[in-house]
Ligand binder design. Structure first.
Ligand code: FPP
Length: 257
């Protein structure tokens, strides 16, 4: 982690939580007359690069959208290939991630994944649980709607059980019920592949994120592309509902805590 993180107006210039929608694998493959699976395989290299570069920059949490709730609608062969790719990549990369102080975490409807992937996930989380350099959060079978509905259900269960008064439900209690409960809000959301949409990613957590859209297809996403995203972030004035004058007076810093 950077020893002294650079700030402006009391606000971090390096995003503390970066989230990425890695889009464009299929189009990258089609442009080369390859099967879509080849695009997903080629998408591993920029994941490695992103992890290394974010850790070096002092990012605290990097969350990657690996497979959405809606991706179950894809052809079974593509889903099978993606699941195999996740298992293989996890098994291959986990030791090096551990050596580099990265803590791996997974969010999503993990019960819907096969036993092999769940075993690899359990191993990776257990091995890296005490690492503190950077959290790498993989969103698998994750959807913002899935997360929000789950939080609502858990709150309703507590009310039903008599351990919570409905009048006591506020933003903080709601956030405590999300799969992302331990993560700070997203500072910078990056989407590759040219589309300008959120696609049911971290809906609660991106309320005040800066949004960076790149036309580059994910397998081609480079160190320079990430630097461009960081440069964009560094010149944003983050107001969190306040006025510009208040922010220059130092008011936005507390939102970053
Ligand atoms: C979206 O591109 C990408 C995915 C659904 C899969 C993302 C997976 C990887 C990048 C593999 C590596 C990941 C990890 C964490 C090991 P798309 O298929 O929708 O592309 P298209 O829009 O061009 O069709």
């Amino acid at each position: 982690m950077a020893a002294v993180a650079p700030t402006r107006d009391g606000v971090a210039l390096v995003p503390r939580h970066v989230a990425v929608i890695m889009d464009g694998n299929g189009r990258w493959a089609r442009a080369r007359a390859l099967p879509r699976q080849a695009g997903h395989k080629a998408g591993i290299a920029p994941v490695r690069l992103m992890v290394e570069q974010c850790a070096q920059a002092g990012v605290e949490t990097l969350t990657l959208f690996a497979f959405s709730s809606e991706n179950w609608r894809r052809p079974p062969a593509e889903i099978g290939a993606l699941m195999r790719l996740f298992v293989e990549a996890l098994k291959r990369e986990v030791a090096e991630l551990h050596e580099n102080g990265i803590r791996l975490r997974f969010i999503g409807d993990l019960d819907a994944l096969g036993p092999e992937l769940n075993t690899a996930i359990g191993h990776a989380e257990a091995l890296t649980r005490d690492n503190r350099r950077m959290d790498l959060v993989l969103a698998v079978a994750y959807g913002g709607h899935w997360d929000l509905a789950g939080a609502a259900r858990r709150l309703a269960e507590e009310v039903e059980a008599g351990s919570l008064e409905s009048a006591d439900i506020d933003e903080s209690r709601f956030a405590d019920m999300l799969a992302t409960r331990d993560l700070r809000p997203v500072d910078l959301l990056i989407r590759s592949g040219g589309e300008r949409r959120i696609s049911n990613f971290l809906l609660w957590d991106i309320a005040y994120s800066e949004l960076y859209f790149s036309d580059v297809l994910w397998p081609d996403f480079s160190a320079g592309d990430l630097e461009a995203a960081f440069a964009y972030f560094a010149q944003r004035q983050r107001r969190f509902g306040r006025t510009s004058d208040q922010v220059v007076g130092g008011g936005a810093a507390e939102e970053q805590q």
